[in-house]
Design a protein around this ligand. Structure first.
Ligand SMILES: Nc1nc2c(ncn2[C@@H]2O[C@H](COP(=O)(O)OP(=O)(O)OP(=O)(O)O)[C@@H](O)[C@H]2O)c(=O)[nH]1
Ligand SMILES: [Mg+2]
Length: 219
């Protein structure tokens, strides 16, 4: 997809603030500090659009970015940040659960895992939960620029096993620093958006989820 315009849309701290205009929503989920905001920026070629930080737990609300006025990129707060007080963890859970509670939302969850780390319990829980909710999701390994060629091959194989992928299939690996893997991820995002547009044209989108803008999302 050629990006012609992107802008910050809304920072949603309550479910009432979630956009409900039927545009496709691509959500970035994963551990705190895994690189969600950085990847979102890099995919859009918009340095500094979503705020990134060396300090984990930076993103607290759910931030929506309008892309080409046709779809949303959704930057979710990260989980697993040990220093977050329990009350805030509950708040995070409530907000993210409310976000996924509506059928068909998000249209795609991009679940990020750091290529250098073993998947954790919360990664597993998120994956199971997304599957349970029938949310289409794609596991993406981040920060692959930090790995040597050999380490990268090992990390991909191990993540492939974790996911139960059939050899020789591998998950997508990206780097927001070098741009590696972005075209593979864009292919998935484009396909999800095009399918949604087709379903809407056929009139079989879930109720309340019709795409308001017709036509292909590729300008
Ligand atoms: N080398 C390298 N560093 C990265 C990459 N992606 C993110 N980082 C760094 O990792 C840190 C965290 O990045 P963020 O994008 O803020 O992570 P996040 O998942 O949005 O974090 P929270 O909002 O706290 O959940 C920052 O210091 C980034 O510069 C990458 O691909 N390569
Ligand atoms: Mg962030």
């Amino acid at each position: 997809m050629k990006i012609t315009a992107c802008r910050f849309h809304v920072s949603a701290a309550r479910p009432e603030d979630f956009p409900r205009d039927g545009r496709p929503q691509i959500a970035f989920m994963g551990r705190s500090n895994v690189g969600k905001s950085s990847l979102l920026n890099r995919l859009l070629g918009a340095h500094g659009l979503a705020r990134t930080s060396k300090e984990p737990g930076r993103t607290r609300a759910i931030n929506f970015f309008a892309v080409n006025e046709r779809l949303y990129f959704v930057d979710l707060p990260g989980y697993g940040y040990a220093r977050v007080p329990d009350a805030m963890r509950e708040q995070w859970k409530d907000l993210v659960e409310a976000y996924v509670a509506e059928p068909g939302r998000p249209d795609l969850a991009v679940q990020l895992m750091d290529a250098r780390r073993e998947p954790g319990v919360m990664d597993r829980e998120l994956r199971d939960w997304l599957q349970d909710k029938d949310v289409r999701h794609e596991i993406v390994l981040t920060k692959v620029d930090k790995l040597s060629g050999n380490e990268r091959t090992r990390a991909l194989a191990s993540a492939g096993r974790w996911l139960g992928l059939k050899d020789p299939m591998l998950p997508i690996a990206v780097s927001a620093a070098t741009g590696d893997g972005l075209s593979a991820l864009w292919r998935v995002i484009d396909e999800v958006c095009e399918n949604k547009t087709l379903r809407a044209a056929r009139g079989d989108e879930p109720r309340g989820r019709a795409v308001t803008q017709g036509g292909s999302i590729t300008p």
